[in-house]
Write a protein that binds this ligand. Structure first.
Ligand code: NAD
Length: 696
């Protein structure tokens, strides 16, 4: 049993004690039931406080039970027992009362909390819904219109706000236990009837007739393709229309539907993948990260400005170096505009905008970088310019300063070789927009020191990014795999699909936008220029022929109001383009291709299996440590839908590795023997009947 029952005068205290976060394990559930029994049996006990030892109230389910399956007593039964208590129950909340923790608190008659506590029902983030009465009690307590958005967002609510909403009865100051006991005594003495949430009713007629249908439509738009949010609306509708018992039965049924849906498994995979990603094998034991108190960024273009903002947001001063005063002014001007936009949306105060801008120190002189602990280069993507910059950095940077490159494709080892200190050099690859995207790909060069790697991981956390360590190769993890994705999209267009069909299939799959539209957004000229530096056998010329022709016609994408699609000036909505279609027809004729009908399924399989096949090579070569790291790269760097778990999880669980291999072999015959060569790692896994987890 994880915890104990003790008496404090007329008040019984059930003190749950299950470090580190008082997860609601079987032991915790037993402790609550046992405490309740003792309290019921003792006539001297007039009221009961449920509180937790350690740093938090019960912060949620016991994740270990996700794997073993739940054991008795089940949480809904424990909460039903609380609900039936003949003595008033007070939940005393500190830290976080999340998920089952809040549901337990809602099973009590009263809730008190310290000021910095938080409550919330985050189940939606794991693809499920609160399954121990949360969807039935919260709307009964605070009303449907307040409760539903809380359950749908899954976000934490600070105690003062929770009190305002009516979730918490009182925010207490000073010692929580003392305050909760006093509160319980007072309630017991008042002699009145103690409120039971299960006995409250909701007036459905007070809500607009179309309320739940409107919410379903809104959820379909805002939580595209997600299964559990729709079930949450159903569950809350049940709270508003059925008796408490029937509502509970409905909640259970909807909970089970969510738990058995593939999205729940995928989202739980993401949960664990995120926790694993920072664990780096073969990093020397006990390395201490270097201290990063000041940063410098070279280049204030698209990426440099966003990178600098990340540090300013974390309160770290950043020196920004450019080649010209004009470049500095333009770059910092964009940063200021970004901050001002946040301020206009109420996310920052005017003073905060100024504070952050004041942390950015513009300069044209390398000598101003001599004190920086970390220097991140984000200049043009050519080795020549990188060489100029790193030669300068080697000259001015203090010993022990970390020198990072934001390069998308270039070799970190080559870049490191421009310095006399390759151990201090690594890749810190941000994703655009750099102040928004959560991914930081950390590229480990051959000579990168362990403590430099550890520092980059710590820095990622400081600036609220998810750091994923990658080995050094052309495009690292993300962009290397992206090449297969883009290649197949280009080929599919030649073989008979329209750009809109390809993009719509990818969008419907769950990507934020299709890959051709993404090309228009980033600028088709970027790929065009980078191909000029690549050997022609590094890519499939057919797949880029249309894009190259478009660039040569001056159609570089959104910025020129035309690329794969047409755009009205100032409008980002892609419109099918007759000009592009003519180019496609001409290129088809050039290669003697007769267009055929292409199914959406073929688009999905080819775009993502091409990516996954390269992902297997990335694993085989040790560029990524784990398949789940690759998934994280795609979720946070490219917007791959979390409810599919990432490309590797998708291949393993939605397609199946054996099936994926068969399809890849099929495409090797029908599309290209060269590009669809199955990864030997995939062949081995299938032959041995193993999955990606066996590689860890
Ligand atoms: P950009 O053209 O927008 O900005 C580059 C900036 O560097 C320009 O402002 C330029 O004036 C400045 N610059 C050039 N040479 C310099 C020098 N010697 N010293 C100081 N400043 C110099 O380019 P970007 O899109 O920000 O890309 C920068 C780097 O980031 C590239 O390596 C690119 O591959 C990488 N990257 C870009 C993206 C993206 O989506 N744009 C994403 C990830 C990584």
């Amino acid at each position: 049993m994880s915890g104990r029952f003790e008496k404090r005068g007329p008040v019984g205290v059930i003190l749950v004690d299950n470090p580190p976060v008082n997860a609601i394990s079987q032991g915790v559930r037993l402790c609550i039931l046992d405490g309740l029994k003792q309290a019921e049996a003792d006539a001297d006990v007039k009221a009961v406080v449920i509180a937790c030892a350690g740093r938090t109230f019960m912060a949620g389910a016991d994740i270990a039970e996700f794997k073993t399956g739940p054991k008795e007593p089940h949480l809904p039964d424990v909460i039903a027992a609380l609900d039936q208590s003949s003595k008033p129950l007070v939940a005393a909340i500190h830290g976080t009362a999340f998920g089952g923790g809040l549901e337990i608190a809602l099973g009590c008659n009263y809730r008190v909390a310290v000021r910095d506590a938080k409550v919330g029902l985050p189940e939606v983030k794991l693809g499920i819904l609160p399954g121990a009465g949360g969807t039935q009690r919260l709307p009964r307590l605070i009303g449907v219109e307040k409760a539903l958005p809380i359950i749908l967002s899954g976000d934490p609510i600070p105690a003062p706000k929770a009190a305002e909403l009516g979730i918490i009865d009182k925010v207490v100051e000073g010692d929580l236990m003392e305050a909760a006991i006093a509160f319980a005594e007072e309630k017991a003495a008042s002699g009145g009837k103690h409120p039971r949430i299960s006995e409250k009713t909701i007036d459905r007629a007070a809500l607009p007739e179309t309320y739940f249908d409107d919410m379903r439509r809104q959820v379909a738009k805002e939580k595209r393709n997600l299964f559990s949010p729709q079930r949450i609306v159903d569950a809350v509708e049940a709270a508003a229309t059925l008796s408490f018992d029937d509502g509970m039965a409905k909640e259970r049924q909807l909970f089970m539907a969510c738990a058995m849906n593939s999205q729940a498994r995928a989202l739980q995979h993401v949960f664990f993948a995120e926790r694993q990603v920072a664990k780096i094998p073969n990093i020397a034991e006990g390395v201490t990260p270097r201290e990063i108190k000041s940063v410098a960024v070279i280049g204030a273009g698209t990426m440099g400005g966003g990178i600098a903002m990340n540090f300013a947001n974390a309160g770290i001063p950043v020196t920004v170096l450019e080649v010209s005063q004009e470049g500095l002014e333009r770059g910092l001007g964009v940063v200021r505009k970004n901050y001002e936009r946040s301020a206009s949306r109420g996310k920052l105060t005017a003073a905060q905008v100024e504070e952050r801008m004041a942390l950015l120190k513009p300069t044209l002189s390398y000598d101003d970088l001599k004190d920086a602990d970390l220097i991140i280069e984000a200049v043009f993507e050519t080795l020549e310019v990188k060489k100029q910059v790193f030669t300068q950095l080697d000259r001015v940077a203090k010993p022990g300063a970390i020198l990072a490159s934001n390069t998308s494709y270039l070799s970190i080892d080559t870049i490191a070789s421009y310095t006399s200190r390759p151990q201090d050099v690594l890749g810190m690859h941000f994703f655009s927009p750099a102040n928004v995207m959560k991914l930081l790909e950390i590229v480990r060069g051959e000579k990168t020191a362990s403590d430099v790697l550890a520092t980059a991981l710590t820095v990622a956390k400081t600036i609220r990014k998810v750091g994923v360590v990658a080995g050094n190769c052309h495009g690292f993890i993300g962009n290397r795999m992206l090449q297969g994705y883009g290649r197949e999209a280009g080929l599919l267009v030649l073989e008979g699909a329209t750009p809109s069909q390809v993009d719509k299939a990818l969008y419907d799959f769950g990507m934020p936008m299709g890959v051709l539209q993404m090309g228009d957004l980033a600028g088709l000229d970027i790929g065009y220029r980078s191909r000029k530096d690549q050997s022609p056998d590094a890519y499939e010329p057919k797949s880029v022929r249309v894009a190259d022709r478009l660039v040569e016609m001056g159609r570089c994408g959104q910025k020129t109001s035309g690329g794969y699609y047409d755009y009205e000036p100032g409008d980002r909505t892609p419109k099918p383009s007759e000009v592009t279609q003519k180019v496609i027809d001409e290129v088809r004729a050039e290669y003697g291709i007769t267009p055929r009908a292409i199914s959406d399924q073929e688009i999905i399989e080819r775009c993502f299996l091409a990516m996954v096949n390269i992902g297997c090579e990335v694993l085989r070569e040790g560029i990524a440590y784990r398949a789940s790291d690759i998934d994280i790269v795609y979720l946070y760097g490219y917007g791959f839908p979390a409810y599919r778990g990432g490309p590797m999880f998708w291949a393993e669980n939605e397609i199946g590795l054996r099936n994926a291999l068969e399809k890849i072999k099929g495409y090797a015959e029908t599309v290209s023997a060269r590009w669809w060569q199955p990864s030997p790692l995939l062949e081995r896994l299938v032959a041995e009947g193993k999955g990606f987890a066996s590689l860890r």
